[in-house]
Design a binder for this molecule. Structure first.
Ligand SMILES: C[S@@+](CC[C@H](N)C(=O)[O-])C[C@H]1O[C@@H](n2cnc3c(N)ncnc32)[C@H](O)[C@@H]1O
Length: 426
C-alpha cells in the first residue's frame, strides 16, 4: 500500500492559521511505519498494553507506546494494523494517525483535513463518515469541527477531481476520526470499520450485555488464564464465557468479520488472506468441562448457546437455567490439578432496570454472598459492580477493587478468594 504522509503541524500562536502542509513537520518514521492509537474502555489500558506486547513478540516492527487514558499508542506497519485488528480483544478500534495540529478554532481543523493526502487511501466514490471525540476542547461545538473535517476532505477531492465524496453515516466505506485535545487536534483514518467489539457472532443480546472487549478485559484484569475453569451464573447473552472459550480455543476475535482496511487503496489482499489462514490454522478444539454458564431466564440460556455456536465454541460451553442463589459449583475447585484454578466471573444485575430476579431478589447481595461462602470454597470470584460499594452490601471483603468503566458508568471489578465459610481476609 502506498504511504500517505503523517504530519504534525507546528504549534502556532493563537489566531495564526497553518494553511498548508508546507507548515508541517514530518514525523521521523521508518518508511511504511505509522502511528496508531487503540482506544479501549477506561481501566483496560494496562491490560491492552500487555495484550499488544504479546502480539509484538511475533512482529518486530510493532512498537508499543505508553498507555494513555482511554487507549494505547503503538507504531507499526500496515501488516501490523491487520494483525492488531485480527487478534486484539481489548481495543475498540485501530486508528491510523494522519495528522495533527494545534488549533484556535474549527478553521484550523478544516485546513488540517484539507491538507492531508486522503486520495492515497481512498477515492472520491467512497462514502465517508466523520466521528469526533474530545477531552477538554475549548471549542464551543465539536460537531461543527467534525463538519469542517468533512468539508476539508470534500474540498480537497473537488480540487483534485471536480467531484466530492458522499457522506453516509449508516454504511460508510471510510471512517475518519477527529480527536480534540485541549491544545491539539488529531485526525485518524479508522482501519477497523465497525468497532472491534463487534466480533460477528452476536445476533441477539439480552438486557445490558457486556461489550465483548470489556468482557475480555475483565477476564484479564481478574487474572483468569486460558487453562482455568470459568462459571458465569448470571450469563445473560454469554459474553464472558464465549470470550473465554474463544481465548482457550486460540480463536482470533476478528476471524469472522470484515474490516475497514479491506476497502482502502492498495489493500494487500494476499497478505490479509495469509494472516487469516494462519489464524484459522491456529484454532484448537476445547474439550467440554471448562466453561459453564447459567441464568434465571431460560431464554438467555438458549441465547448463550446460540451465540456460542456462531462464535465457533459450541460444545465447549455447558449452560442451564438456574437461580444463582441456589447454584452449585460445576467443578470441585479443590480437586483441580495444580496450576488450574476455578473462577466465577460475572456482572450481576445492577439497578432497577436490570434488577435481580428469583426468590431472593429483595435480599440479593447477602443471599449471593451466602451461596458463595457456603458452596464455592476454593473459587476465585470476580464481580463487576456499578455500585462502587457493593462489597458492603455483600458483606464480603474483596482482595482487590479495580476501577473500570462500562461505557460511561464507573464500576469496580471486585476480586474475592473464597475459603470455607467466608472470603479470605474477613
Ligand atoms: C447484567 S445481566 C448480565 C449480562 C451478561 N454479562 C451479558 O454479557 O449478556 C444480568 C443477568 O442476570 C440474570 N439474573 C437476574 N437475577 C438472577 C438470578 N437470581 N439468578 C440467575 N440469573 C439472574 C438476568 O436474567 C440477566 O441476564
Amino acid at each position: 500500500m502506498q504511504s500517505p504522509y503523517s504530519s504534525v503541524y507546528k504549534r502556532k500562536k493563537p489566531g495564526v492559521r497553518s494553511s498548508s502542509v508546507a507548515n508541517a513537520t514530518k514525523l521521523d518514521l521508518t518508511p511504511n511505519t505509522f502511528d496508531f492509537f487503540l482506544p479501549c474502555p477506561r481501566g483496560l489500558e494496562g491490560a491492552l498494553a500487555d495484550e499488544v506486547k504479546a502480539l509484538a513478540a511475533h512482529s518486530p516492527s510493532l512498537k508499543v507506546g505508553t498507555p494513555a487514558p482511554g487507549g494505547l499508542p503503538v507504531r507499526g506497519t500496515l501488516t501490523d494494523a491487520m494483525l492488531l485488528n485480527l487478534h486484539c480483544r481489548l481495543p475498540s478500534r485501530v486508528l491510523l494517525l494522519g495528522g495533527r495540529c494545534s488549533y484556535a478554532d474549527a478553521e484550523d481543523i478544516y485546513h488540517l483535513a484539507r491538507d492531508l493526502a486522503w486520495e492515497k487511501w481512498f477515492d472520491v466514490t467512497q462514502a465517508l463518515r466523520v466521528d469526533v471525540t474530545a477531552e477538554r476542547s475549548p471549542l464551543e461545538s465539536i460537531k461543527f469541527a467534525a463538519l469542517r473535517v468533512k468539508d476539508g476532505i470534500c474540498d480537497r477531492f473537488r480540487a483534485l477531481t471536480g467531484e466530492r465524496p458522499d457522506v453516509d453515516t449508516a454504511h460508510p466505506d471510510v471512517r475518519i476520526h477527529l480527536h480534540l485535545r485541549e491544545l491539539d487536534a488529531l485526525l485518524y483514518l479508522d482501519t477497523s470499520g465497525e468497532p472491534l467489539f463487534k466480533r460477528g457472532w452476536r445476533s441477539e443480546h439480552g438486557a445490558a450485555p457486556l461489550k465483548e472487549h470489556l468482557a475480555a478485559g475483565l477476564l484479564r484484569l481478574a487474572g483468569w488464564t486460558p487453562g482455568d475453569v470459568l462459571f458465569d451464573p448470571l450469563c445473560g447473552s454469554g459474553t464472558l464465557v464465549i470470550e473465554a472459550a474463544q481465548i482457550a480455543a486460540n480463536r482470533a476475535p476478528g476471524l469472522d468479520r470484515t474490516f475497514g482496511f479491506e476497502v482502502l487503496r492498495g489493500f494487500d489482499a494476499n497478505a490479509w488472506s495469509a494472516l487469516r489462514e494462519q489464524a484459522r490454522q491456529a484454532v484448537r478444539p476445547v474439550a467440554p468441562g471448562q466453561f459453564f454458564a447459567a441464568d434465571i431466564d431460560p431464554a438467555n440460556v438458549r441465547m448463550t448457546l446460540d451465540n456460542a455456536r456462531r462464535a465457533g465454541v459450541e460444545g465447549a460451553i455447558a449452560a442451564e437455567p438456574g437461580d444463582v442463589v441456589a447454584a452449585l459449583p460445576p467443578v470441585d475447585a479443590v480437586a483441580l490439578p495444580a496450576g488450574r484454578a476455578a473462577w466465577l466471573i460475572s456482572n450481576p444485575p445492577y439497578d432497577e432496570r436490570i434488577a435481580p430476579e428469583g426468590e431472593a431478589a429483595d435480599d440479593f447481595a447477602p443471599q449471593l454472598a451466602r451461596a458463595l461462602k457456603q458452596r464455592f470454597a476454593g473459587w476465585h470470584v470476580a464481580l463487576l459492580a456499578a455500585d462502587l460499594h457493593w462489597d458492603r452490601a455483600l458483606r464480603l471483603k474483596p482482595r482487590r477493587r479495580i476501577v473500570v468503566f462500562n461505557g460511561p458508568i464507573e464500576c469496580r471489578l471486585m476480586l474475592f478468594d473464597m475459603v470455607a465459610g467466608s472470603a479470605r481476609g474477613q
